[in-house]
Design a protein around this ligand. Sequence first.
Ligand SMILES: [Ca+2]
Length: 406
Amino acid sequence: MNRMISAGRIWWISLLIGQLQLAGIDSLPPLKLEAAYPQLVFDRPLVALSPPAGDERLYVTEQKGRILILPRDRTLNAIKVFFDITERKPYIENEEGLLGFAFHPQFRSNGKFYVYYTQHQPRRSVLSEFQRLATSPDQTDMTSERVLLEIPQPYGNHNSGSLAFGPDGHLYVGLGDGGSANDPHDNAQNLRSLLGKILRLDVNERSGSRGYGIPQDNPFIGQGAGVRPEIWAFGFRNPWGLSFDSLTGGLWVADVGQNRWEEINYVIRGGNYGWNTYEGFHLFKEPASAAVNTIFPVIEYPHSQQFAEQAVFAHDPGLSVTGGHLYRGQRLRGFQGVYFYGDFATGALWGLRFENGKVTHQGTLVPPPGAGQPVRNISGFGRDAAGEIYVLAFDGIIYGLHPIPE
Ligand SMILES: [Ca+2]
């Protein structure tokens, strides 16, 4: 049973895998970042997306509680405030605020969308449905709120809140482990807690007293008293940037590490992604047997070169991963099928290609800003109706990606 092997052996296996995996990885060409909306500066932008059909405008969330509609003409500075809960003060601690946003797949006809935000006294995350105003579709009907779920949060960090609809029409919700450090309550491995999980909900149904339905093929239905049927996958610390590949329907998510390893994961039904027994490929907390059938990341990277000799992949260091999207756009030739991700602390942008269970390409697309240049904290990624990808940063800029002419 592989879960019974010792930490030392895990390390040795990791090193061996590393040598194998380092061998066959090709690089990717560099890109450059340019402000996509040169007239606009945002306050802590986190999510940018276009509605599912018929509207190519980008909607951008700000952590303090607004969703803004950006102009079609990107040279203009006219924005519309679509949604605003800033007076509810969701943003108090650094990782709190309006953290998640997703359009219902039938938004065009039903006007529904979903947000995830922090509230206090008591401290909790709220997952709610809203509807746009029938009479003024670029505004939200603030009386339309329907709370689907309130999740008590023991600490101010690791709230995740990343939302995405899958090709199955269900809403996937990323939840962090509850916060503090080390997952002190072991939430992520506990199937009776919603924390440290990715949930899968049917927003069109109701199940008993719940404000949502439980899809019949969720993996943990009937798995024991108190086991939460909402869970799709578990063992996450702070899943950030939940995203579906628009071509294959594959689910990708970053998981922010503690002190050593950042990771990118490909998520499958019922999967255990290891935390807090593993951080990346590395045993974090004895015993290894506490995490059953751990699925290791697609890729990991270290917090410093100090850990490089234990690394499974040759990869630049960073401190806090930001998950992005898999590219299916048209404008960046040679990047079809590349997953974009970055680091909040260093501002580096990377890409990787993952085929048949192996990383085939990986590279630094945009290096961190040099000494003396402004810091570019990459806080989120955007994707528009054409599948083009944007980088959101706390310098307030929404960046587009451009090839570097040869
Ligand atoms: Ca993991």
